[in-house]
Design a protein around this ligand. Structure first.
Ligand code: ZN
Length: 345
């Protein structure tokens, strides 16, 4: 367990202490940042600045060389920042975005992003801005990532980057009975509706900083028994989709948190059974369903790999397994994609 996971520090303070300690070493006003080229950059497409001093170009290349990770993690230089992402974006998945700052450059006090018509929230991890973007089902092909950065003096900088999303062929299964005719009894419907609302409110609650500090890990050995997004068909019509990823496990087998965070829910739900949701910050939640035992309480701070429960068959399931769930800004996504996300090092 961890203390002070989400310290109530101001974003500005975090930026300055994390990214530019030399400038805030003593009391008194913060000196003017040494690099001012950002003010000359208007919103919109940005061209390479051929007038940039040699040492600036050099430091940019150093950053690129240090952070590039090969073709799966493209690195595009933008002025005066670079951006890389991982894993390669796929329909129905999440991917991580790192903004690489020049060592001598100015530090933004806020970054907001947009991708595939959704917001991308950025927070600092080890002094670098990091965000997790959602690619909902139905989005593929090129989509613009828009990044807006704000500086202490009010200057703004905007950059658009096209990122290509690979379409996913989701698995499909035929229902033998139409779910409309096998729906729960009327007295249960009220419970289902109130739980649906509670969970939706929970997943739309945004903690203002990352709880994460290291890579995600699988909550069980990565043995998938039913993939995310699997279509449930009846008479050729889509009835529903699998909102999670099922991992094999016998009743009582350990279930571990996929990342550092705070337990946001631990209790029993009609469909999910005994369920735990972990808040990783900035609108990113993982869920662990159908547990036989819950081993955490709401408010507990968990590290990546900490036990949250044991595999079970509670809720509307026929056999024991772990249903691993991911929500980014209220969008259900393939939790397995988290395993390819590189966080700032
Ligand atoms: Zn499932």
């Amino acid at each position: 367990m961890i203390n002070n996971l989400f310290p109530p520090a101001l974003a500005t303070l975090v930026v300055l202490t994390a990214c530019a300690p030399a400038r805030v070493a003593g009391p008194g006003p913060v000196p003017d940042p040494p690099v001012a080229e950002v003010e000359s950059v208007a919103a919109g497409p940005v061209e390479q600045d051929s007038s940039a001093p040699d040492d600036d170009i050099e430091s940019r290349l150093v950053v690129m060389a240090r952070t590039a990770r090969g073709p799966e993690s493209p690195f595009l230089p933008i002025k005066p920042f670079g951006v890389s992402w991982s894993p390669s974006p796929e329909e129905g998945s999440a991917f991580g975005i790192v903004i690489h700052q020049r060592p001598t450059g100015r530090v933004p006090i806020a970054i907001e992003g947009e991708f595939a018509a959704g917001v991308v929230r950025f927070g600092l991890i080890r002094g670098q801005w990091f965000g997790i973007a959602a690619v909902p089902i139905g989005f593929s092909g090129p989509h613009a990532l828009t990044l807006r950065m704000r500086f202490e003096d009010g200057a703004n900088y905007e950059q658009k980057i096209d990122i290509s999303v690979t379409p996913t062929s989701f698995a499909s299964t035929n229902l033998s009975v139409d779910s409309r005719f096998s729906s729960p009894p009327a007295d249960v419907l009220e419970r289902i509706e109130s739980e649906r609302e509670m969970v939706r409110d929970l997943l739309e609650t945004v903690t203002s900083q990352w709880g994460l500090d290291g890579p995600f890990q699988t909550p069980r050995p990565f043995d998938v028994t039913s993939p995310f997004g699997q279509a449930r068909m009846f008479n050729g019509e889509l009835r529903s989709r699998h909102t999670g990823l099922d991992l094999r496990g016998q009743t009582g087998a350990p279930v571990r948190s996929a990342g550092r965070g705070r337990v946001a829910f631990a209790g029993n739900l009609y469909f999910a059974g005994n369920a735990v949701y972990v808040d990783h910050g900035l609108g990113v939640y993982t869920g662990y369903f159908h547990l036989s035992r819950i081993l955490v309480r709401v408010g507990d701070e968990v590290d990546s790999g900490d036990l949250v429960g044991e595999v079970g068959a509670t809720g509307r399931v026929t056999a024991a397994h772990l249903h691993w769930y991911l929500s980014v800004s209220g969008q259900s996504l393939d939790a397995g994609s988290l395993l390819g996300v590189h966080l700032p090092e």
